[in-house]
Design a protein around this ligand. Structure first.
Ligand SMILES: Cc1ncc(COP(=O)(O)O)c(C=O)c1O
Length: 459
């Protein structure tokens, strides 16, 4: 395990008196919250009001309130549900984690609510160190930001400046990169950029197809064709090692290595988007899980990090003026992000025999058993580590949503991914317990049966 150096602020956040006070505050809030619950009518009104105010209803009536516990989230009406969606990957250690909440409470009391790049605090240093510690020797720098999209925007600017006047990006079909104007174009989903002006500077290549033995060659050929068609104009290729929105597809390391080596030969940047995979694949970075440390130039992280970051090699360090911005993150987000990285390292989550690898085996087993019992309702599982998905029934969006709704009613939060087929995805807390997994899968099975019964489908 890499050695961890202490930041000047660490002793403050972990000082016994601070910790004790933070614990008292967390306990007081939990106690107070547990005594409060909206009536069903109040809850419904509040959920509707959120929808009205933001101009779009919530996907599910989920208004969170403490105190949650592990994978169990408590809603503001006092009911609890098992949360296997984690706010699309944000609640990496589940709900109500005492250690993270105490860290948050202590950090919140430090000095400022948010930290800027002009005058950051110790949490900024602590998080930067934690990330770079795990990134390997090539990635020398780290620029913090608040959302995955902002980290990817920064990465995009770095690769474009470095390779100017090359202005094109190669990306995978079905990939997702974020919601900014530029990233909506890199994202291969027309519905996500409806009405936006396009620059037309993205070239797509097919992602790996396990059913096609010539898949790697096909994608290499497509990359070569783009390189030939736009000589000197391609700045980078973007890699999403496990396609998140696209359907939790992944590929063998050799597929990524062959493409990255081709990028290296062509002199274009290898940019890896780990916004969703960060902390979930069995290593802090998926590129380590896939053994690609020697090939990555720029990598972005987000979600489970409680903020976002781009890490980059010396060669991609931009000239002053290109990458800046007011916020680096909230003090709480930075401190908890650093604590999450430390816990992943210290509590045995990482490595081929780590807790995330073990979790993956447990989920694989449960999915396989479910499939044996309900072969018409449960398709093959895809994913890795703490992120898994499967095709329910015929893969239609309508049936996937019906299972989501049934699962919600029965007490389980899931989310969808992919299109044709639409899958059900689980972004599990990395510390999900056996009991929670068992209960969640029991609800999932019941929900699948309920949808089958309601619609007269074979299960
Ligand atoms: C792979 C990937 N990249 C980028 C993003 C954008 O992150 P954010 O929503 O924090 O801007 C996401 C979010 O789902 C993602 O999954």
């Amino acid at each position: 395990m890499p050695r961890r150096s202490r930041s000047p602020l660490e002793p403050l956040l972990t000082a016994p008196a601070v910790r004790e006070a933070a614990r008292a505050l967390v306990e007081a809030v939990a106690k107070e919250a547990a005594q409060r619950a909206l009536t069903p009518a109040q809850y419904e009104r509040a959920v509707k009001e959120i929808g009205r105010r933001r101009g779009r209803p919530l996907a599910f009536p989920t208004l969170l309130a403490g105190p949650g516990c592990g994978a169990r989230v408590r809603l503001a009406d006092g009911t609890t549900k098992l949360d296997f969606a984690s706010g699309i990957g944000v609640y990496g250690f589940g709900h109500g984690d005492p250690n993270l909440l105490e860290t948050a409470a202590a950090a919140a009391a430090c000095d400022t609510v948010f930290q800027g790049h002009l005058a950051p605090g110790g949490e900024y240093l602590r998080l930067s160190r934690a990330l770079l510690r795990q990134a390997g020797p090539r990635l020398r720098h780290c620029w913090l930001s608040v959302s995955g999209a902002m980290a990817n925007e920064n990465a995009l600017k770095m690769v474009l400046q470095r390779h100017h006047p090359a202005d094109r990006i190669v990306a995978f079909e079905r990939g997702f990169a974020g919601r900014s104007l530029a990233l909506s174009e890199i994202t291969d989903k027309p519905g996500f950029r409806e009405g936006l002006p396009l620059r037309g500077n993205v070239s797509y290549v097919p992602f790996h197809d396990a059913a096609d033995p010539g898949s790697t060659q096909r994608t290499l050929d497509a990359l070569d064709a783009h390189l030939d068609r736009h000589p000197g104009r391609i700045a980078a290729m973007l890699f999403e090692l496990v396609q998140g929105e696209g359907g939790f597809h992944t590929a063998p390391p050799e597929f990524f290595r062959a493409l990255m080596e081709r990028c290296r030969k062509a002199g274009i940047a290898v940019w890896v988007d780990e916004v969703q995979t960060f902390g979930r694949t069995g290593e802090l970075f998926g590129f380590k899980t896939f053994g690609l440390e020697d090939l990555v130039d720029v990598v972005t992280a987000g979600k489970l990090l409680q903020g976002s970051a781009v890490l980059f090699s010396k060669r991609y360090n931009p000239r002053p003026g290109l990458v800046a911005g007011t916020y680096a993150g909230s003090t709480v987000g930075l401190a908890v992000g650093a604590r999450i990285v430390e816990r992943l390292e210290e509590e045995g989550f990482l490595g081929p025999d780590g807790r995330i690898a073990l979790l993956a085996r447990r989920v694989e087993k449960r999915c396989a058993a479910l499939r044996r019992r309900s072969p018409r309702a449960v398709g093959p599982r895809t994913g890795i580590g703490a992120m898994h998905a499967f095709v329910p029934f015929d893969g239609s969006a309508e049936l996937a949503r019906a299972v989501l709704r049934a699962a919600f009613d029965e007490g389980l939060l899931l989310w969808t991914c992919g299109a044709s087929p639409t899958k059900l995805r689980m972004l599990l807390p990395v510390n999900v317990s056996d009991e929670e997994l068992e209960s969640g899968f029991a609800i999932l099975e019941k929900s699948l049966q309920r949808v089958a019964e309601e619609r007269g489908l074979p299960c």
